[in-house]
Design a protein around this ligand. Structure first.
Ligand SMILES: O=C([O-])CC(=O)C(=O)O
Ligand SMILES: [Mg+2]
Length: 388
C-alpha cells in the first residue's frame, strides 16, 4: 500500500465581495489529490483536499516542501502498524519534519490541505464515511445524524443596497437555513445598524443573525459597537479585534454579555490555547471557529479538542469557519456545535451533498466512503480534473 503521486493545482475563487478587511478579487485555493495504489469497489483510491477561503493557495509551500517530504517517506512512516491503511498522525509527523515550533504562517494551510486529502483517502480505504470513522475511533461510535449549519454571507459589494441584502437573506431562509451571518465594520456604525435592522426585518429575531467584523476594530470601536448591538441579542458578535489580540477580546467580554465567536485565524493548538488562557472567552456562551483546513488539519484539531476539554470547554462550543464538508464530517463524528456554510459563495468548495438540502437549519451527511466530495457534482468535476 503506497502513495504513488500527489497532484496540486491552484484555482481561483475570486469574487467582488468584501468584508471589513479584504476583498476577494484575487482569492485562490490550492487543491491536492493524493493518488494511492489501493483499489476499492473497482476504483483507485484518491484522497482530495483543499484550503479554506481567506488564505491564498499555499502552492509553493506544497510543491517545495510538503509534497516532496510525503513522497520521499518510508512506508513504515506513513502506514499504520498493521499496514492496512495510511496513518494520518504518522503522516503529520513526516510533513512537519524539519519545521521549528511557533510562527505558524501559511505552512499550517499547506499541511491542513494535505491532511484533508489524507483523511479522505483513509476513510475511502476503510470504505466508511469519514464522520463514522471519526466517531468509531474517538467517540465510541456515536454520530450526530444532522448538523446545525448557518448561512454566511451579507458581504459588502459594489451596488449592493439594503434591498439586495434583504433578498440575499430571504434566499438563505428559503434554502432552509434558520441562522444567517452578515459582515459589519466596513462602513460607519450608523450605516451598519441600518443594514442590521434591514436584515432583522427578514429573520425571526436577533438570535437568528450573527455579525462578523473580520478583526477590524480597535478596543474603543469594539465597545462602541457592543453597546449598540447589545439590545438585538444577536446569535454572535464575531472576530471583533485582531485575532491575536487576546487582551482586547478579554476586555470586550466585560462589555458585551451575549455570545461572541472567534478563532478562524488562529492556526495551531498553541494559538488556540492562548485564546482560551488569555482571551476571556466564556465556555457557557461563546463559540470557537478554528478551521482545520487552515490550521494543520484534523490531526491538530484533535489536539485542540483535547486542550479544550482540559480547560472545561465542550466540543459543542466549536462551530468551525470554512463551510466545507471536512468540518461537517468532524462536526457529525466528534459532536461539534455545527458548521459554517456559504450558499452560492466560494463555489465549488462551499455547500454540501447535492441530494441533501438544509432543513430547519440542519443538514444530513451522505453515506458514502470518504469526506463525501463526490456527492457535490460541481466539486467532483473539479477534483476529477486534477486526478482520478
Ligand atoms: O469573509 C471572510 O473572510 C470569511 C469569514 O470571516 C467567515 O466566514 O467567518
Ligand atoms: Mg469570520
Amino acid at each position: 500500500m503506497k502513495i504513488i503521486d500527489i497532484k496540486v493545482a491552484t484555482v481561483p475563487i475570486k469574487s467582488k465581495i468584501s468584508n471589513a478587511y479584504i476583498d476577494f478579487s484575487k482569492m485562490t485555493a490550492a487543491v491536492v489529490a493524493i493518488v494511492t495504489d489501493v483499489i476499492r469497489d473497482g476504483k483507485r483510491v484518491v484522497g482530495y483536499g483543499f484550503n479554506s477561503n481567506g488564505r491564498y493557495a499555499p502552492t509553493g509551500l506544497l510543491q517545495e516542501r510538503f509534497i516532496p517530504r510525503l513522497l520521499e517517506a518510508e512506508s513504515t512512516d506513513v502506514l499504520n502498524d498493521a499496514e492496512t491503511n495510511f496513518d494520518p498522525h504518522k503522516i503529520w509527523n513526516v510533513l512537519m519534519t524539519g519545521e521549528k515550533p511557533g510562527g505558524h504562517g501559511e505552512r499550517s494551510v499547506a499541511v491542513g490541505t494535505l491532511d484533508m486529502a489524507v483523511w479522505d483517502a483513509v476513510s475511502k480505504v476503510e470504505e466508511q464515511p469519514l464522520y463514522q470513522l471519526l466517531a468509531d475511533r474517538y467517540r465510541g461510535g456515536e454520530v450526530d445524524e444532522k448538523v446545525f449549519v448557518y448561512a454566511a454571507g451579507g458581504y459588502y459589494q459594489p451596488g449592493k443596497g439594503l434591498e439586495e441584502l434583504k433578498n440575499e437573506m430571504k434566499n438563505y431562509l428559503n434554502l432552509g437555513y434558520s441562522v444567517v451571518k452578515m459582515k459589519i465594520g466596513g462602513t460607519s456604525l450608523e450605516d451598519d445598524l441600518h443594514r442590521i435592522e434591514s436584515v432583522l426585518e427578514v429573520v425571526k429575531d436577533g438570535s437568528c443573525l450573527a455579525v462578523d467584523v473580520n478583526g477590524r476594530f480597535d478596543l474603543d470601536t469594539a465597545i462602541k459597537y457592543a453597546e449598540r448591538l447589545e439590545p438585538y441579542q444577536l446569535f454572535w458578535y464575531e472576530e471583533v479585534g485582531d485575532p491575536l489580540d487576546y487582551a482586547l477580546q478579554a476586555e470586550l467580554s466585560k462589555h458585551y454579555k451575549h455570545s461572541m465567536a472567534t478563532g478562524e485565524n488562529l492556526f495551531s493548538m498553541q494559538d488556540a490555547r492562548n485564546l482560551i488562557r488569555y482571551g476571556g472567552m466564556r465556555p457557557d456562551r461563546d463559540y470557537l471557529q478554528f478551521d482545520c483546513a487552515l490550521s494543520y488539519g484534523l490531526v491538530e484539531y484533535l489536539r485542540i479538542i483535547d486542550m479544550l476539554k482540559e480547560h472545561g470547554w465542550s466540543p459543542r462550543r466549536c462551530i468551525p469557519h470554512g463551510g466545507h464538508q471536512m468540518s461537517l464530517n468532524i462536526a457529525a463524528g466528534l459532536g461539534l456545535g455545527g458548521n459554517e456554510s456559504y450558499p452560492g459563495v466560494f463555489e465549488p468548495f462551499g455547500g454540501f451533498a447535492d441530494h441533501l438540502p438544509v432543513e430547519n437549519g440542519y443538514v444530513r451527511l451522505p453515506e458514502v466512503p470518504g469526506i463525501g466530495f463526490e456527492t457535490k457534482s460541481e466539486l467532483r468535476n473539479l477534483l476529477h480534473s486534477i486526478a482520478v
